[in-house]
Design a protein around this ligand. Structure first.
Ligand code: FMN
Length: 345
């Protein structure tokens, strides 16, 4: 099946968990003929149902629900105490006497998956892991088009063998978390346009290119390189419907040459964002910190307090290397602009 038979224009608004991609944004993109995606990984089943209902009230077009494939961890009390101690330079700088232990480490993926099946969106995409062939079969039985995120060829082949309908080939320029699930995250370093031809040559299912794609010329280059569509995260973070914190949006709009970098300090999984004081305070122990989602849950109250204070130096400012080229406008207008640029290129 081609992607064009699922949604007309070759643009996916990337799901942005924690970047607050709203139902209004998803619907605006889908109504414009591209594919809007809702990041569901941090949402409870009830919230997923509510937000999906909000999308459906705004559009009849296909949209995508997106999930992290995760197992709920069970860290020992000693590991948790050690991780809190490593975070002390950050939480004590907020004037706190201690860091609270979260009530839970993450949402239960199997409950989210059952919710997804019941909701039957046109498309579902996944990252951080791979579904079983049985889970993919159940999604297909529910009429859902299944997309896996990959960072190297072996992962693309794994999703294809399991029965996925398409893969998102995410280059190292991408904003947010690396999706790597085979091998070390720090070894998945291929750029978007290094990765694309390798994946196109390796699999027969459609390939979606992601990472640093900011305008119509970038999209054209990806399509010419064999991609059937692109996925853009950073470009949509500054759209009018994006729900990100105003101070975060301001940092993106003013990013210029400010460096982005991959860090595991916020969440325990490598993710790309604007370099800031949080990363510097945590750099010494970066490689020792517990893996996602434990570190992510532990830093959640810190990030929430920093957001409350508008203190961007302690917030996660996820974005890709293309951030200097963001253009604030309504999401539908961005889709329209990109399509005009593709035609003009
Ligand atoms: C703030 C932020 C949050 C993200 N959250 C998710 C997510 O929840 N699920 C996912 O599959 N990809 C996520 N991504 C990746 C995007 O969907 C997209 O693939 C990526 O941003 C593409 O690179 P670009 O930012 O250079 O456009 C996120 C990216 C950003 C910037």
């Amino acid at each position: 099946m081609t992607l064009a038979s699922v949604f007309p224009h070759p643009i996916i608004q990337g799901p942005t968990a924690g970047g607050n991609n709203t139902p209004a944004q998803v619907a605006a993109v889908s109504n414009a003929g591209a594919l809007g995606s809702l990041a569901c990984s941090l949402l409870s089943p009830t919230a997923i149902r509510e937000q999906t209902a909000q999308i459906r009230a705004l559009t009849d077009h296909p949209f995508c629900l997106n999930f992290f494939v995760l197992q709920t961890p069970d860290p020992s009390p000693e590991e948790v105490e050690q991780a809190k101690a490593w975070l002390q330079p950050v939480w004590s700088s907020l004037g706190w006497a201690e860091l609270p232990t979260p009530a839970k480490w993450c949402e239960d993926f199997s409950a989210q998956f059952e919710t997804l099946l019941a909701l039957r969106p046109a498309v579902a995409s996944f990252t951080f892991g791979i579904l079983s062939a049985e889970q993919i079969r159940r999604l297909h039985d529910a009429g859902v088009f299944v997309i896996g995120t990959i960072t190297h060829v072996e992962e693309a082949l794994a999703w294809e063998r399991r029965g996925a309908d398409a893969v998102i080939a995410s280059g190292v320029e991408s904003g947010g978390h690396r999706g790597t699930f085979i091998g070390a995250q720090e070894e998945a370093t291929l750029t978007t346009f290094e990765l694309l031809p390798l994946v196109v040559a390796a699999v027969t299912i459609p390939v979606i290119s992601a990472g640093g794609i900011m305008d119509g010329a970038d999209i054209k280059r990806a399509l010419d390189g064999g991609a059937q569509a692109v996925q853009m995260g950073t470009a949509f973070l500054v759209s009018d419907e994006s729900g990100i914190h105003p101070a975060y949006k301001q940092r993106l709009l003013a990013a210029g040459n400010h460096p982005t970098r991959l860090t595991r300090t916020f969440s325990g999984r490598y993710a790309r964002g604007l370099e800031n004081r949080f990363m510097q305070l945590m750099a010494a122990n970066e490689l020792l910190l517990p893996p996602y989602p434990v570190q992510n849950a532990l830093t959640s109250p810190i990030r929430a307090e920093a957001a409350r204070r508008g203190e961007t130096e302690l917030m996660s400012l996820w974005c890709g290397t293309g951030v200097a080229r963001v253009r604030p406008m309504p999401a539908a207008k961005l889709v329209e602009t990109l399509l005009a640029e593709i035609s003009a290129t």
